[in-house]
Structure formats: structure tokens, C-alpha cells
Ligand binder design. Structure first.
Ligand code: IPE
Ligand code: IPE
Ligand code: MG
Length: 238
């Protein structure tokens, strides 16, 4: 019934999601922020199920930004732990559902070796899965991604006249990933916070007041209905 009103032929190919509001969710309940991060896991898995139901082929979630290192060390440590724990505990389930898991972000010295290893294992184990590609943007920044792409081009000795959009795109973290059609941000903030800057040039943006730990597949369906009511022109005319 929740699918009511969604045109199955116009489902977005790629949906991105800025999972925000865990801290406020916890504060409202008089709980420590860490409880909000824990509660985000259920939201994530419910939404992944919903995305599978809709037949969304690509789903990208913002889990940790290049700016999130600015948080107090205990919170950073907690967030690293939450991600590590989700990847190790729930990979089997994602694999069973045919989800291909990938990661976008900088693999720098601040990311624990163990986490990098778990990411590599998740990637390898689910590589051949076809139902959906779930990209976890971890230690990800849109500006860092563009900087890294330019570094790659310069390292190859590219001539200035060869620098074009195609060349930059081919050096992004996941060059084969289609641009997101729809990007959702929870928690009532009207900003992008460095998510997929290059890729979202023509994405439809949907903002919702729902805090991430309360977000469920019905909220995803609602965003998809909103998406389907939009008129995408890509700078052209109808
Ligand atoms: C999102 O929730 C999780 C991350 C950014 C890693 P927040 O921790 O940003 O929660 P708020 O925005 O402070 O409520
Ligand atoms: C964006 O949320 C990053 C993630 C959800 C991982 P933030 O909470 O870090 O963004 P700001 O600080 O509100 O812009
Ligand atoms: Mg936040």
C-alpha cells in the first residue's frame, strides 16, 4: 500500500541520502549522542529494504564526512566503531539480499586499518551481487573527491586541453556510478554538507524534518513520490 502513487517505471536509478539528526534524536530523549548513532542502524536497514522493494539500483548513504573528524575524539571513535560493527555484523544479510557494497572516500591514515580491511572484505564478498549497489560514503568529502581526481589527472601528466568533464569524472572514486537522481537530507537542515558535489549537479533535492533514526522506508517512498512530481529539465526546455 505504501507503494501507492509511485510509478514503477519512473523510479530514480540512484538515490543518495544524508543521514543526519542522530544527535538531536538522542538529545530529545535525554540520551547520549551515541544512542542516536546506534538507532540509525535500524533506519538504514529499513530504508535499504525499501530501496530494494522499489527496485532502486543504486543507493548511496553519507556515513562519515571528511569534516566529521572535527568532533570530539570520543564521538569520532564511536562513529568509527558503529561503522565497523555494521559492516562486520550485517554484511551477510546484505549479501543474501543481493546487495553489492562499495565505499567512497579517502583511505587516509585516520581510518583504522581494521576498518579498511573490513571494507575490502565487504567489497570483495559482494562484488558480483546484482540487486542493488549500496555505496557507503565514509571519510568522504565532495571537495576531497574532486581534489583527488585532479591529483590523479596531474599525476598522469595530462595536458591542459585534455582536462574536461569526462576526464574528471573518470577519476572520481566510483567512475561507473551514475549521478544521483534524488538526494534526501533528513533532520530539517537545508544544506549539502559536502556530499557528492560533482555528482549532484542535476539531482532533485528532498529535505525532510524527520531525524535519521526515525526515517523508514515509508519516508523514502514519500521522497520518491515527491521526486516523481518534479519536472527535470537539465537546463533544456520541455
Ligand atoms: C548524523 O547525525 C551522523 C553523522 C554526521 C556521522 P549527527 O551526529 O550529525 O546528528 P545531529 O545533526 O548532531 O543531530
Ligand atoms: C553530514 O552531516 C554528514 C553526514 C551525515 C555523515 P553533518 O551533521 O556532519 O553536517 P553539518 O555539520 O550539519 O553540516
Ligand atoms: Mg548532523
Amino acid at each position: 500500500m505504501e507503494l501507492d502513487g509511485i510509478d514503477p517505471l519512473q523510479v530514480p536509478v540512484h538515490v543518495g541520502c544524508v543521514m543526519d539528526g542522530n544527535g538531536r534524536w538522542a538529545r530529545k530523549r535525554g540520551l547520549p549522542r551515541s544512542e542516536g548513532h546506534d538507532a540509525g542502524e535500524e533506519a538504514l536497514f529499513d530504508v535499504v529494504e525499501g530501496a530494494l522493494e522499489l527496485g532502486i539500483g543504486w543507493f548511496t548513504v553519507y556515513a562519515f564526512s571528511t569534516e566529521n573528524w572535527k568532533r570530539p575524539p570520543e564521538e569520532v571513535r564511536y562513529l568509527l566503531g558503529v561503522n565497523q560493527s555494521i559492516i562486520t555484523r550485517r554484511l551477510g544479510e546484505l549479501h543474501e539480499r543481493g546487495v553489492r557494497v562499495r565505499f567512497a572516500g579517502r583511505r587516509d591514515w585516520r581510518v583504522p586499518k581494521r576498518l579498511l580491511r573490513s571494507m575490502d572484505e565487504a567489497l570483495e564478498r559482494t562484488e558480483a551481487n546484482k540487486a542493488m549497489t549500496l555505496t557507503i560514503a565514509f571519510n568522504y568529502g565532495g571537495r576531497a573527491e574532486i581534489v583527488d581526481a585532479v591529483r590523479g589527472l596531474v599525476a598522469e601528466g595530462i595536458r591542459p586541453e585534455k582536462v574536461n568533464e569526462k576526464a574528471i569524472r573518470s577519476h572520481l572514486y566510483l567512475p561507473d556510478m551514475p549521478d544521483p537522481d534524488l538526494v534526501i537530507r533528513t533532520s530539517g537542515e537545508f544544506r549539502i554538507s559536502n556530499f557528492l558535489l560533482w555528482e549532484l549537479a542535476y539531482s532533485e533535492l528532498v529535505f525532510t524534518d524527520v531525524l535519521w533514526p526515525d526515517f523508514r522506508r515509508e519516508n523514502l517512498f514519500e521522497a520518491v513520490r515527491e521526486f516523481q512530481s518534479r519536472d527535470r529539465r537539465f537546463g533544456g526546455l520541455e
